[in-house]
Design a protein around this ligand. Structure first.
Ligand SMILES: NC(=O)c1ccc[n+]([C@@H]2O[C@H](COP(=O)([O-])OP(=O)(O)OC[C@H]3O[C@@H](n4cnc5c(N)ncnc54)[C@H](OP(=O)(O)O)[C@@H]3O)[C@@H](O)[C@H]2O)c1
Length: 448
C-alpha cells in the first residue's frame, strides 16, 4: 500500500518510528503501556519498532505508573512539533481549543504526522485540519476519536470503500447507553442511575457531553464526513436524554421497541446529508437494540455491502490505546490515507434541517391528575386523539396506562410526519387542561 502523502514514513524504513506523546492521562499512559508490552509483536507486524522519545503533560512530578526516565520532557506540549528527534506527534490531551489545537496544527505545518484521540478537535475544526493535512502533505489519523477500541473509522473508510453508503447509525456514547440499560433492567430513575455512573467514573461531574449528546455528535460528524461528505458541525441537530423515564422504556418495550441514544446520518438526494443525535425507539430485534451497558456499536448500510454492524468497548484505557497504536502501526507500515479517505476536497455543507425530516414518532403525555380526582383515561385519550387528528397528525396506535402510584399516561405512535409537525403539536398538547407538564416525542428509527 502506498501513502497519499509525501510527508510520511517510507514503508521500507526499518529505523524506529520516534514518537512524542502529549497527554499522560488515561489514554496516554495506556498507549505507553501497550507499546512497551507489545513491542515484539509491533516490530514483527511493521518491521520496525515504535520508540517513545518525548512526552508532555501539565504536572511533571505526578506518578503515572509508567516509567518516564530517559524521555525528553516538554513543559509546553506545542514544543513537540519542533522537536527534531520526533517523527510522529501523538496528541492525547483533549479539548477542541488551546494546547491540543495548537500542537496538532503546528505539527502538521512542520510536516510531522499526527495521531490523536480528540473527537472534539477533529469534529469542530474538520476543514482547517483537512486543509493543513493536504497543504503540508502530512497525515492526521484519529481512529480512537470514534468509538474507542472499535475500528469504526477503518470500517467506514476502508472496509466499505467500494460502496456508496446510504445510512449509518450508532450508539456512540457508552455513558448514555449504560444509563438507559440500567433504567431498563432495574426500573431505577434517570437521576439515580446517572449518579451511579458518576460514582463508577463512567460519567463526568458535568455529564452534559454524554447525556446531552455532544460527545456522540462529535463522533457522528467525523463518520459522516468519511461515509458521505464533511458537514458543518454547528448544523448537526442534537437532543439529549434527560426527559426519558423508566415508564417510556417500559412502554416502548411493550410496543416492540428499545430506546437508545443514537447518532444517525443518511445520504439524501442531490448530495444533501441528514445527521442528528437523539434518543430514539428502534425495533427490539435490531442489532443495535442488543448493545447494552457501556458498549458502543455502529451499523452502516450500502447497496452492495448490505448492513454491517460492529460493536465493542467505546472508551477506557485499553480499547482507546489499542486504536491509537493501530494508527501508529499504519504509519510505521507507511500507510496513510487522506483525512476523509477521498482525493477531492469538499467544503462542509449544512445538514438538512431536522424539522423537515419525516419520521414516525412516539408521543407520551401525562394526564393532569388533581388530588382525589377520578380520571377517565379512556375519555381523555379519546379527546386527545381527536385533537391530534383535527390538527392533521396521523396516528398509528394509541393506548393509556397507569404506572403504580402515578397519574395515567397517554401513549401514541404517529405515522411518518416531518418533525416540525411534532414540534408544532407539543405546545398545543401542553396547553390543554388534560395534560400535565411537557409531553415527550421520540423518533422511531427503523434500523436493521
Ligand atoms: N478516556 C477515554 O476512554 C477516551 C476514549 C476515547 C477518546 N478519548 C480522548 O482522548 C483524549 C485524552 O483523554 P484522557 O481520558 O486520557 O484524558 P485525561 O485522563 O484527562 O488526560 C489528559 C492528559 O493531558 C494532559 N494535559 C491536559 N492539558 C494539557 C496542557 N495544556 N498541557 C500539557 N498537558 C496537558 C494532562 O496532564 P496532567 O496529567 O499533568 O494533568 C493529562 O495527562 C481526549 O481527547 C479524549 O476525548 C478518551
Amino acid at each position: 500500500m502506498t501513502s497519499a502523502y509525501t510527508n510520511t514514513v517510507s514503508s521500507s524504513a526499518t529505523s524506529p518510528l520516534r514518537l512524542g506523546i502529549a497527554g499522560l492521562g488515561t489514554v496516554g499512559t495506556g498507549v505507553i503501556r501497550l507499546i512497551r508490552e507489545h513491542a515484539d509483536l509491533i516490530k514483527n507486524r511493521t518491521g520496525r519498532s515504535l520508540e517513545i522519545v518525548a512526552v508532555s503533560a501539565r504536572n511533571r512530578t505526578r506518578n503515572r505508573g509508567v516509567d518516564l526516565s530517559g524521555l525528553t520532557w516538554h513543559d509546553n506540549p506545542v514544543d513537540l512539533a519542533a522537536d527534531k528527534q520526533i517523527d510522529v506527534v501523538v496528541e492525547l490531551m483533549g479539548g477542541a481549543e488551546g494546547s491540543a489545537r495548537d500542537l496538532v496544527e503546528a505539527s502538521l505545518k512542520a510536516g510531522k504526522a499526527v495521531v490523536t484521540a480528540n473527537k472534539a478537535l477533529v469534529a469542530r475544526h474538520a476543514q482547517t485540519l483537512a486543509q493543513l493535512s493536504h497543504t503540508h502533505q502530512t497525515p492526521l489519523l484519529f481512529e480512537a476519536a470514534v468509538a474507542g477500541g472499535i475500528p469504526a473509522i477503518k470500517t467506514v473508510r476502508e472496509g466499505v470503500a467500494a460502496d456508496k453508503a446510504t445510512r449509518l447509525g450508532g450508539i456512540l456514547n457508552g455513558t448514555s447507553n449504560f444509563i438507559l440499560t440500567e433504567m431498563a433492567e432495574t426500573g431505577r430513575a434517570f437521576a439515580d442511575v446517572l449518579k451511579e455512573a458518576q460514582d463508577k467514573g463512567y460519567a463526568e461531574a458535568d455529564p452534559s457531553a454524554d447525556i446531552d449528546g455532544w460527545d456522540a455528535a462529535h463522533k457522528l460528524s467525523i463518520l459522516t464526513a468519511i461515509a458521505f461528505r464533511p458537514i458543518d458541525f454547528d448544523t448537526l441537530a442534537v437532543s439529549g436524554m434527560r426527559a426519558i423515564t423508566t415508564q417510556d422504556i417500559h412502554q416502548a418495550r411493550q410496543l416492540g421497541y428499545a430506546i437508545k441514544m443514537l447518532g444517525v446520518a443518511k445520504r439524501l438526494p442531490e448530495d444533501r446529508v441528514e445527521a442528528w443525535v437523539q434518543p430514539c425507539l428502534i425495533p427490539a430485534h435490531s442489532g443495535l437494540a442488543q448493545i447494552n451497558g457501556v458498549y458502543n456499536a455502529l451499523t452502516i448500510e450500502g447497496p452492495f455491502s448490505g448492513p454491517i454492524t460492529i460493536s465493542g468497548q467505546g472508551a477506557g484505557e485499553g480499547p482507546t490505546a489499542s486504536a491509537v497504536v493501530a494508527d501508529l502501526i499504519d504509519l510505521a507500515r507507511g500507510h496513510a490515507l487522506p483525512l476523509w479517505g477521498r482525493m477531492d476536497e469538499l467544503a462542509p455543507i449544512p445538514c438538512e434541517p431536522v424539522e423537515k425530516l419525516p419520521s414516525a414518532f412516539y408521543l407520551r403525555a401525562n394526564l393532569n391528575a388533581p388530588a382525589d380526582a377520578v380520571i377517565d383515561a379512556d375519555k381523555a385519550l379519546s379527546e386527545i386523539t381527536t385533537l391530534l387528528r383535527n390538527e392533521g397528525i396521523p396516528l398509528a396506535k394509541t393506548l393509556h396506562h397507569t404506572p403504580l402510584g402515578e397519574a395515567p399516561q397517554l401513549i401514541m405512535l404517529t405515522r411518518p410526519i416531518p418533525q416540525e409537525e411534532i414540534n408544532r403539536i407539543l405546545p398545543i398538547l401542553e396547553e390543554t387542561t388534560l395534560i400535565s407538564g411537557a409531553p415527550l416525542a421520540l423518533r422511531i428509527e427503523d434500523l436493521p
